[in-house]
Design a protein around this ligand. Structure first.
Ligand SMILES: *Cc1c(COP(=O)(O)O)cnc(C)c1O
Length: 447
């Protein structure tokens, strides 16, 4: 079964286990990985993949796993989605690279135009393209600093913004992202996040608390930007209480601080809106995008107010590969897929299905202390029953059971006690139900 298979939605949409997980073919390859790949690059569910599509991932041993992770909210349109494959094949045969900063091409401009249309707000917008989410965040900060002439960057508890030096400084969690990698970039300040399960505050109260920290400990006149994930990703799918984001955004506007929404995980239909900011009608000054934008190819963007974006001198933004033509073709295919298959609507349906399953599960298992998220970005937080004491041990046990039984599940959270569900929006209801049947078995088996 090691022959390459055609992937995409025509793969049999089934969970099929023909060996242990990982199977012998994967175990053999894990030895090669151990010999050649740096140990710092971990693998969470070490089956080696030969094909994927719809809602499944097929490994070298012929196992077919149900995908509830989309490669961390990247393959939202599904792996090897037809319009992504077609666009990439056409582009790769035409030309693979010129460097947009040397000789431009339409795909880059088309993606920027689409970003301007799709991101929140109908003001004049411009974009710049990069390779990774971290690079987009770095560049959004560069734009904010030039536009304001200020240095300070505010971020929040539980934030995740990437693994480069500046974005490590902006990321909250030490292990594994920061441990030993300092010294970190300066002028990064952290404010308390709205975390309804843990702080019990309304959005307004939590915003007042955060703004007080920024006012008193940093000073609004020193702040270039406030960077926030409208729904936090790695930090635990923390959904701020209603009113929090609008209050922070309004404070930024009143103080000429650039409000940057990091929509890298929450964007592109994931939450049942094009962007998570849309839910409360928040219009950020700048939006960072990556992950779900290009059906799996590496692409990222900074999109925002034209006056801010244009404050940077010519040559100040860019990079060798940023907005690579193949990645842009993939993004245009992915966006086409999202539009023609109403993936915003599909994300809402998936959200309703998942929330129903999780509520039923929580009724039977008091270790599930909180259910949160929106659309196809849902999570459960596990705590010792009746408390808010994180239970990462049970989380790991449930996770291991799911993996051994052919379900790709991801965990997250500052305490490692959150299960996050990010299925591809191309998954069927049947597979989703089967996936959650196994999650339920996992809770029962580890009780
Ligand atoms: C993944 C992520 C990043 C970093 O993106 P990379 O492509 O891994 O550099 C930044 N912000 C958020 C919210 C993310 O989820």
């Amino acid at each position: 079964m090691t022959d390459s298979l055609a992937g995409g939605p025509s793969l049999p949409q089934e969970r099929r286990l023909v060996t242990e997980i990982p199977g012998p073919g994967s175990l053999e390859r894990l030895d090669r990985k151990k010999a050649h790949v740096a140990d710092g690059v971990g693998t969470m569910l070490p089956v080696f993949v030969v094909a994927a599509g719809g809602g499944v991932i097929v490994d070298v041993d012929g196992n077919s796993l149900i995908d509830l992770g989309s490669g961390i909210a990247v393959a939202s349109v599904g792996n090897a989605a037809p319009s992504v494959v077609r666009n990439v094949q056409e582009q790769v045969a035409a030309f693979t690279h010129t460097c947009f900063m040397i000789t431009p091409y339409d795909g880059y401009v088309d993606v920027c135009a689409a970003l301007g249309e799709l991101t929140p707000g109908d003001h004049a917008k411009k974009s710049a393209l990069f390779n990774s989410g971290a690079e987009a965040v770095e560049n959004a900060v560069k734009v904010a600093r030039v536009a304001t002439g200020r240095d300070a960057v505010a971020v929040f508890d539980h934030a995740y913004h990437g693994r480069t030096n500046l974005t490590m400084a902006m990321t909250a969690k030490n292990m594994p992202y920061k441990q030993g990698f300092g010294p970190f970039a300066g002028e990064v300040y952290r404010a308390p996040m709205s975390y309804p399960f843990r702080d019990g505050l309304t959005g307004e109260q939590a915003a007042t608390r955060a703004i007080d920290v920024l006012d008193k400990q940093v000073g609004a006149s020193n702040l270039a930007c406030v960077v926030i994930e409208p729904i936090q990703g790695e930090g635990g799918f923390v959904v701020p209480a209603p009113g929090f984001l609008p209050a922070i955004a309004a404070w930024c506007t009143a103080n000429d601080v650039v409000f940057i929404a990091d929509e890298i995980q929450s964007g592109f239909c994931r939450t049942g809106d094009w962007f998570a900011s849309d839910f409360e009608g928040v219009v950020p000054d700048l939006v960072t995008t990556a992950k779900g934008i290009a059906g799996g190819l590496p692409l990222a963007g900074v999109t925002g107010r034209a006056d801010l974006m244009d404050s940077v001198h010519v040559g100040g933004l860019g990079g060798t590969y940023g907005g690579n033509p193949v990645a842009c073709a993939a993004a245009l295919g992915a966006i086409d897929e999202m539009r023609t298959h109403d993936l915003v609507g599909r994300a809402r349906e998936i959200g309703t299905l998942m929330e129903g399953r999780l509520r039923t599960l929580a009724a039977d298992h008091p270790v599930i202390a909180d259910i949160r998220g929106r659309g196809a970005m849902m999570a459960i937080e596990l705590c010792a029953p009746g408390t808010a004491n994180p239970d990462p041990v049970r989380t790991a046990a449930v996770s291991a059971y799911c993996h051994q039984h052919g379900i790709v599940t991801l965990t997250c959270g500052t305490w490692g006690n959150v299960f996050r569900f990010l299925p591809p929006l191309s998954i069927s209801d049947g597979l989703l139900h089967e996936g959650f049947d196994v999650v339920a078995e996992a809770f029962a088996a580890t009780a």
